[in-house]
Write a protein that binds this ligand. Structure first.
Ligand SMILES: *Cc1c(COP(=O)(O)O)cnc(C)c1O
Length: 381
């Protein structure tokens, strides 16, 4: 047993990354179709992000959050510009689960209510509050009792939600596409319905865009496509292109009465500089539009090439799930070990593709032929 004990380690030691490529200690190149859970949207070691981190760390590594700094101010402004509607009130933190903790706390405080409705098969993180909004029992086993006041409703079922939302409801928390839950996009009209139902009773609509945000689904935020402005929106994962950062974007009525919340490392100068550079790269290179185009190409190539060999293809932009007929684990292993392609699971039977947004059509072609090869080997065996 190695001294680290939480992760099960893979038999590949990564040493270097560039764009959509990773290299192991022997110099073998891998095509990265998972971007380590979507955490490097601008591609590995994007030069503008590297420069921003280098120059900020030579000036000021850290100062407590009560002192304003230029990189954090720039990030606040950029995020406020990118925020849907009037969601320009921003809380910065260090991870996705913390962004959701803040969202849940702010919603309870601003409404003075405690009931939270989350969705079946939803995933919101692993600290006790966010875990209370996370469906899968395997994540919860042995850690209960969790936080009181959480209830679950079928994802995508607006009528079922209407039955549960009431004057006691502080918040409804929902992903625009369930990621961990198997890459399941919300049905047409669902996010609009959640918006209406929460508005009617004065509850906060919290949208978890930790996996769907930053251009991945083809628009900057997945809610932009539905034309929905929630009350709270959380982002993290790729926000600082691989440095730890999360953010909770709020409307005025949430931000003006958030209660007492804080975190020592909130919006530190180096991560803020990295996040500002990452968002700038995503914007100036039109990466959301590229994700839409390349993602569309990816899904049509997949349909044409492996459509018959799998149960279902799902997704939006560069967030793609392939529901396979048998388990996905051995396919992922063969992709990595025999075809030098790295991808991800989403549950037991779904293979998840979550590449950086600089993934191009050549990368798609290489990925699709590797997938076709492992699936045909499986069919033949
Ligand atoms: C990854 C993820 C989280 C948790 O983020 P961490 O940074 O691992 O805490 C929460 N919600 C969604 C939708 C995620 O994909």
């Amino acid at each position: 047993m190695t001294p680290g004990f939480v992760f099960s380690e893979k038999p590949i030691q990564i040493e270097r990354g560039s764009g959509t490529a990773l290299y192991d200690v022997d110099g073998t190149e891998f095509l990265d179709a998972g971007a380590s859970y979507g955490c490097v949207p601008a591609g590995h070691c994007h030069p503008e992000v590297v420069t921003a981190v280098r120059s900020q760390s030579e000036n000021l590594f850290y100062v407590q959050g009560s002192y304003p700094t230029a990189p954090r101010n720039r990030l606040y402004e950029r995020l406020a510009d990118l925020a849907p509607g009037d969601m320009g009130h921003i809380w910065l933190c260090n991870s996705g689960t913390e962004a959701n903790e803040a969202a849940l706390k702010f919603a309870r405080h601003a409404t003075g209510r405690s009931k939270v409705i989350a969705t079946k098969r939803g995933f919101h993180g692993r600290t006790l509050g966010a875990l209370s909004a996370t469906w899968k029992q395997a994540y919860r086993n042995g850690f209960e009792p969790l936080v009181e006041g959480f209830e679950f409703v079928e994802y995508g079922d607006a009528a079922a939600l209407a039955q549960m939302v009431d004057g006691e409801t502080a918040a409804v928390i929902v992903e625009p596409v369930q990621g961990e839950g198997g890459v399941v996009p919300a049905p047409e009209g669902y996010l609009e319905a959640v918006r209406e139902l929460t508005e009617e009773v004065g509850a906060a609509m919290i949208v978890d865009e930790i996996q769907t945000g930053l251009g991945r689904t083809g628009s900057f935020w997945a809610v932009d496509r539905a034309g929905v402005v929630p009350d709270v929106l959380t982002t993290a994962k790729g926000l600082a292109n691989g440095l730890p950062m999360g953010a909770t974007l709020c409307r005025e009525w949430i931000a003006e009465d958030p209660g007492d919340h804080g975190s020592t490392f909130s919006g530190g100068p180096v991560v803020s500089a990295a996040a500002d550079a990452t968002l700038r790269v995503i914007e100036t290179n039109g990466l959301p539009a590229q994700a839409e185009e390349v993602g569309g190409y990816l899904r049509s190539r997949l349909r044409a090439t492996i459509g018959e060999d799998v149960r279902e293809l799902r997704g939006q932009g560069l967030l793609v799930g392939i529901e396979v007929k048998r388990g996905s684990n051995h396919l992922l292993r063969e992709l990595a070990m025999e075809h030098n392609v790295l991808a991800l699971p989403a549950g037991r039977t779904v293979l998840r593709l979550l590449p950086s947004l600089v993934f191009d059509k050549e990368d798609v072609d290489a990925l699709v032929s590797a997938l076709a090869a492992v699936l045909s080997e499986e069919g033949g065996s």
